[in-house]
Design a protein. Structure first.
Length: 380
């Protein structure tokens, strides 16, 4: 008998498991894949940590989370500065003075601000109602047309006018020559890869792989007092209210016998015609070197294709538009009636979580259990 059965060995499950185990609880973690680490899983290929389910760059402003992850990994000083390729024209991302200079030839921040203001006024947007209007009011129509529109429509498979504006607010806009993609105090890649980070989180905890929880639910539930479920919330309920929409991603990964393919970890192809959204060259997350500091002679690249999720595909991104948010709210109400089960993580909460927010959520979810147990221990 276990105190906790945790479904999913990704970041949410692994952090919750660590906290429970450290509090003396008996924990079993299961995952339907044959490996731990969920979508942050990395695999070594020719000394390169390949991000198998898409690039993950850790960044946070949360001191507690940063201190926490540093107990389980050492982070390098990688700073994300993607390059946008629009039909062969290269632009600096996120939107900063280098981008504005290349787009308009402007030299000073005042000139850039004036250009954006002029384009915003011409578009006549006062209160942005969707991603398109939000983007134009932040950076103007030229940048929207060349660097946002095509990429976003490929990424989400929907017109920008049908998407919520919060998605584009993830990207900073700066009137400085600062091309650090994230406005975060801390940033880096765990040395040795994310798989090792998760291995360290799960040290000493029983993990069983290749087990599909929903197929063996009754017998698995009988093993534990409480269940932490990090799979898709609609799948848990047998899609009984209908399926939530997700975006899936497909990767075409190649090992190339060349030391430098594109000179950067991420190049975004922002036109509508190129079928993939971006190319990741994994070795640049570790500055082209292996863990011993040797230069890597080869390179691994992944072309990333975004697609609508169908049953059997891997879900990656929740589509937090109005329709899906309303359906999720109904599933959430059902979830709240499951007294034995806690739903967490990107799929369990149908939320476009970053890694640090997932960890913060798992820590916050653990606290009430810890508090309750401490309180009961102190009862006479
Ligand atoms: N985006 C864009 N152009 C880019 C990069 C991003 O228009 O070159 C938009 C797009 O809508 C995307 C959103 O910004 O979905 C968030 O991008 P981010 O890089 O944060 O997404 P993730 O890395 O999570 O896929």
């Amino acid at each position: 008998m276990y105190d906790y059965l945790i479904i999913g060995a990704g970041l949410y499950g692994a952090v919750f498991a660590r906290q429970a185990a450290d509090a003396g609880k008996k924990v079993l973690v299961i995952d339907k894949r044959d490996h731990i680490a969920g979508n942050v899983y990395t695999e070594k290929v020719e000394g390169i940590d390949v991000h198998k389910y898409g690039a993950h760059i850790f960044h946070t402003n949360n001191q507690e989370v940063w201190d926490y992850v540093n107990r389980f990994a050492t982070f390098n000083r990688f700073t994300n500065s993607p390059v946008a390729n629009y039909k062969g024209e290269l632009y600096s991302l996120p939107f900063n003075m280098y981008t504005f200079n290349k787009m308009w030839g402007v030299v000073t921040p005042d000139e850039a601000a004036a250009k954006i203001a002029e384009q915003r006024a011409a578009a006549g947007i006062t209160e942005p109602k969707n991603l398109e209007e939000q983007a134009i009011s932040l950076v103007g129509t030229d940048i929207y047309e060349k660097l946002i529109k095509g990429y976003t429509q490929k990424q989400w498979g929907r017109p920008c006018t049908d998407l919520p504006s919060f998605i584009i607010k993830r990207l900073p806009v700066r009137l400085t020559f600062d091309n650090n993609y994230f406005n975060a105090l801390y940033q880096g890649i765990p040395i040795g890869g994310y798989t090792r980070l998760v291995e360290n989180l799960l040290a000493g905890i029983e993990v069983r792989l290749g087990i599909d929880y929903l197929e063996h639910k009754a017998e698995l539930d009988a093993l534990a007092e409480k269940v932490v479920y990090t799979g898709p919330i609609d799948a848990y309920f047998g899609y009984r209210l209908g399926a939530l929409e997700y975006r899936s991603v497909r990767f075409e990964t190649e090992l190339l016998d060349t030391p430098n393919f594109q000179g950067n970890a991420a190049v975004n192809f922002t036109d509508a015609e190129t079928p993939y959204t971006r190319i990741i060259e994994h070795k640049w997350f570790t500055f082209g070197k292996d863990e011993q500091g040797n230069d890597l002679p080869k390179t691994v690249i992944s072309r990333e294709y975004s697609s609508e999720w169908h049953p059997g595909d891997e879900p990656y991104y929740p589509v937090n538009d109005e329709k899906n948010s309303a359906l999720y709210a109904k599933y959430k109400a059902l979830a709240q009636q499951e007294t034995k089960v806690l739903f967490g993580g990107r799929l369990g909460e149908y939320k476009y979580y970053d890694m640090d927010a997932v960890i913060a959520a798992a820590l916050a979810a653990w606290h009430p259990y810890a508090a309750r147990d401490t309180a009961s221990e102190h009862r006479p």
